[in-house]
Design a protein around this ligand. Structure first.
Ligand SMILES: [Zn+2]
Length: 239
């Protein structure tokens, strides 16, 4: 089966934003967790940004994927001279058993492993490392081609990225709307917003992505560690 397996990274070169290595202050994961526990059992709240699709306000990262991303990140050599993307395909195999098939990409792209006979892809993940020469950015979310690959399908119901300080998730709220966006030029939607958004490259990427997926039935989540010594939270917040 042909899959969209080659996904180049976004160019950050045309932005006039100051390149910061740490992500800008996030909307408080501790506050999120407090809200989560306070609203346990309550119906999901609609939040800003969810107007076009019924996106739940939070997304819990599956523990096996969380662990796999952490392990993959350690292999990227982020911040070094040469970096390598790592990733994986989470499948239900021919026996119906959940498995993570891992793969290695290049410095700015990921080659996801192909499905094996009988596999049903549930989701995929990959890393976003940056070399020292490229700014060693942490916390940079999905690229336009990541979004395109996800919309074109065969990647299951969720796509995950780890960027060292933050994990990101793309999920599907409305499959029909997603399918109607197969011909969308996501880069064309992304770039002008990215180029004019302040607050650091991470925020510019997030806002660009939000504009790119508007109306496409997708939900975009971010989970960032509150400081360099803390783990990345297991729960992402809707962007
Ligand atoms: Zn990517």
């Amino acid at each position: 089966m042909t899959t969209w397996a080659y996904r180049p990274r976004p160019s950050l070169a045309t932005t006039s934003q100051p390149m910061v290595a740490r992500t800008a202050a996030q909307p408080g994961n501790q506050a999120v967790l407090r809200r989560l526990s306070a609203s346990a059992g309550a119906a999901p709240q609609q939040t800003k940004g969810a107007a076009e699709a019924p996106c739940p306000p939070f997304h819990s990262f599956p523990e096996d994927i969380y662990q796999a991303m952490e392990a993959a990140w350690k292999r990227t050599n982020h911040g070094g001279e040469e970096v390598t993307e790592h990733g994986g395909r989470i499948v239900s195999d021919w026996r119906g058993k959940r498995k993570i098939r891992t793969g290695v990409g290049e410095s700015e792209s990921i080659h996801l492993p192909e499905e094996k006979f009988g596999d049903d892809t549930l989701s995929t993940f990959h890393t976003h490392p940056y070399s020292k020469a490229k700014g060693a950015h942490l916390g940079v979310g999905f690229s336009s081609d990541d979004i395109k690959g996800f919309v074109l399908g065969q990647q299951g119901g969720a796509d995950y990225v780890t960027a060292g300080s933050c994990n990101f998730a793309l999920t599907v709220a409305d499959p029909a709307k997603r399918d109607a966006c197969q011909d969308v030029d996501f880069e064309k939607r992304f770039r002008p917003v990215f180029n004019t958004t302040s607050g650091g490259v991470q925020n510019a990427v997030n806002q660009g992505n939000k504009a790119a997926i508007a109306g496409c039935g997708l939900c975009y989540y971010q989970a960032c560690r509150p400081d360099p010594n803390s783990p990345i939270p297991r729960v992402g917040v809707l962007i």
